[in-house]
Design a protein around this ligand. Structure first.
Ligand SMILES: *Cc1c(COP(=O)(O)O)cnc(C)c1O
Length: 663
């Protein structure tokens, strides 16, 4: 009977890098191959982390003599309430293999180094010397599966629990390995385990504080140096089937994330007993997975107008996280304009733009926007999100290419996905990479699209160079000015004024939801562009147009900005004051926009600092993985023209002191 190894690795392109989505390996009979392959493919294509865009399936035949059978390690769970408790349990496990508590502490501190490795660290258990030949790659234990009956269903869900037992059982049976230590490298997931021959596999529910990115695997080796190579061969190449692997942890040790387990859901009444299939189960699982990874999000109520000061949980807070950059949301003229429009035209528009939903206000606002941006014409959409989705899907015709910066806003990414174009991602603001990609697709119909100001780091796109490249390679250009209108340039006209460009990009997209204190998105450009979008952009055509009050508010805010360009200058001055005050107190900060990132790297520090500042009535956001890369966690301050110098100096001082206290 032929036996095969089947391996699947799936990833997706995200933020310019290949992000791992899912991986699995199985050892199978020939008759099972097709069904299992299909199940793994389905998993990769319908994963909660997103649909894989690269899937590698590898099938290798195994000679029956090359297959080794071993028994699964016995399983237990240690319920730790604190990370200290968990680490102590791990250290005690290590004393069983003759490692002192001091040495155990040293070994566990090496999870700081395993975090960036792809595989495991192979460590001499006594002199703590690293034995893996490639420190970045580490050792990957592979070619293993749980032994199963021929009746294993192809639709078997991925069982992380079983996979961990299989791995630990193989590692512990490798020559001269006396223990395996594992700690999750996900900052939001704090569990791990220790495996030894005598203790078996002991799951530990808490090994590190939430937000800590450390983690990885350490294999402890005690044996002659000449046999290290054989140990590595065994881990990486020996085919192993593990017998008697339990399906799931015993009941007392079901971890709290197990709400996705069917029996738990029966108790909670979401799944009927004996029901063959609950069509809600998959969604409950996806949500449980989000909770489990601490990516589940909720809303915070702010019970006042969004101004420089807001009321949140009955506390007055200095708002350093708003998009209302010019502080116009509660401006009396803007409010009066909205009230007046509602009094005249009512509350809704009653139709889509191409049917009955065009009021004088729609046409006037489009003319005002075109005039403000210095283009022939403009078109408005209901939100910035809908503008990007509508514009990009309309421009991205079949056989064309969209060149998109890896840090572009989600609405641009979604527009690319909806278009018929091929999307080519270039490295963030990397003009050499953009040019290489333009060369690769020379002679194609193309559009370069970029945020003008990037929403997390507040940095500015290299638009002068993008325009040059676009000219050379005969492609169109589009900038998203969500964070630059009202912010950049002497009169707040945005990125072209900032750089003093004589020529405009082909498409100036923006929102009225940030500096313009209302709602809605727009595109400004040539009459041809605007005519084309009115006839092809589906989010424009098939949605009821903006309401009168919103239009009037945006129009009034735009008029205020035109009459009082010093508002934009006040905001720019505020950025200089805030950055300079942070620098005075030893915090690196540098920005030319309303967005000032304070990079702390450490995920936990960022979370704690934001929480401590909330206590001190400063509302600032902590941004961390997966919104930004691991180890790039930050506090992200968003400034307003209406913050006073005193407020910003006080906030900067408090932020610096808070970070120092926590460090
Ligand atoms: C906020 C934002 C959008 C979406 O605009 P909305 O009006 O909020 O829908 C689009 N692009 C960027 C860069 C943004 O920051």
């Amino acid at each position: 009977m032929s036996i095969y190894s089947l391996k699947m690795r799936a990833s997706r392109h995200e933020n310019g890098t290949q992000e791992h989505v899912s991986g699995a390996e199985k050892i199978l009979r020939a008759s099972e191959l097709t069904a299992q392959m299909d199940a793994l493919l389905q998993r990769a294509l319908h994963h909660a982390k997103g649909k894989a865009d690269f899937i590698n399936l590898k099938i290798e035949e195994i000679q029956p003599d090359d297959l080794q059978y071993i028994d699964a390690l016995p399983v237990s769970t240690y319920e730790a309430t604190t990370a200290d408790e968990g680490r102590k349990a791990m250290a005690e496990g290590l004393t069983e293999v003759g490692i002192s508590p001091e040495k155990a502490e040293k070994i566990m501190s090496m999870f700081k180094d395993t975090y960036s490795m792809r595989g495991a660290m192979l460590l001499d258990a006594d002199i703590l010397e690293r034995l893996e030949p490639d420190h970045a790659r580490g050792i990957r234990a592979t070619y293993m599966d749980a032994e199963h009956s021929a009746s294993r269903s192809a639709s078997d869900c991925k069982n992380h629990f079983q996979e961990a037992i299989v791995l630990a059982s193989k590692v512990i049976s490798a020559p001269h390995i006396i223990a395996e230590l594992c700690m999750s490298d996900d900052p939001d997931y704090v569990t791990g385990y220790i495996a030894t021959r005598s203790k078996g596999y002991m799951r530990i529910t808490k090994l590190k504080p939430m937000g800590c990115p450390d983690g990885g695997r350490i294999f402890l080796y005690r044996g002659p140096r000449e046999e290290v190579a054989e140990c590595i061969r065994y881990l990486q190449q020996q085919h192993v089937l593990v017998r008697n692997v339990p399906e799931k942890p015993v009941l007392s040790s079901i971890p709290s994330y197990a709400t996705s387990h069917p029996e738990e859901n029966i108790k909670k009444g979401t799944l009927k007993e004996n029901s063959p299939k609950n069509p809600w189960q998959v969604y409950a699982d996806i949500l449980a997975e989000k909770k489990n990874r601490h990516l589940y999000r909720t809303t915070t109520e702010i019970s006042s107008a969004q101004a420089a000061h807001v009321t949140c949980n009955s506390q007055e807070q200095l708002m350093l996280a708003s998009n209302d950059y010019l502080g116009l949301i509660d401006h009396p003229d803007v409010i009066a304009a909205a009230q007046n429009a509602a009094a005249i035209y009512g509350t809704g528009s009653g139709g889509s733009r191409l049917t009955t939903g065009t009021l004088p206000l729609h046409n006037q606002l489009e003319r005002d926007l075109a005039h403000f941006k210095g283009t022939e014409a403009a078109i408005i959409f209901n939100t910035g999100y809908m503008a990007n989705v509508g514009i990009i899907s309309a421009m991205g015709i079949k056989d064309s290419i969209i060149f998109s910066d890896e840090k572009n806003h989600a609405s641009i990414i979604d527009g690319c996905r909806l278009s018929h174009a091929k999307t080519v991602i270039y490295a963030h603001n990397d003009m050499a990479d953009l040019e290489a990609k333009l060369q690769e697709y020379a002679d194609c119909q193309g559009l370069i699209v970029t945020d003008a100001v990037f929403s997390m780091d507040g940095d500015i796109a290299n638009l002068p160079r993008i325009m040059e490249l676009a000219k050379t390679y005969h492609v169109l250009t589009m900038v998203d000015e969500a964070h630059s209108t009202g912010v950049l340039g002497r009169t707040g006209r945005g990125i072209t004024e900032h750089f003093g460009l004589a020529e405009m990009p082909d498409i100036l997209m923006g929102t009225m939801s940030k500096a313009l204190a209302a709602e809605g998105g727009y595109a400004c450009g040539s009459q041809l562009l605007i005519d084309y979008l009115r006839n092809t952009a589906r989010s424009y055509i098939f949605s009821t147009s903006l309401a009168p009050a919103v239009l009037a508010a945006a129009k009034q805010a735009l008029q205020l900005l035109t009459e009082q360009p010093e508002m934009a200058q006040a905001l720019q001055q505020n950025t200089r004051i805030f950055c300079q005050e942070l620098q005075t107190h030893g915090i690196e900060a540098d920005s030319e926009t309303a967005i000032v990132p304070i990079i702390l790297h450490d995920e936990e520090l960022a979370l704690k600092a934001a929480a401590a500042l909330r206590q001190k009535n400063i509302y600032i956001s902590a941004i961390r993985y997966p919104t930004v890369a691991k180890n790039h966690a930050m506090l992200r301050a968003a400034l307003m023209a209406t913050h006073t110098e005193d407020e910003l100096r006080h906030a900067a001082k408090t932020i610096a002191a808070t970070i120092k206290e926590l460090k």
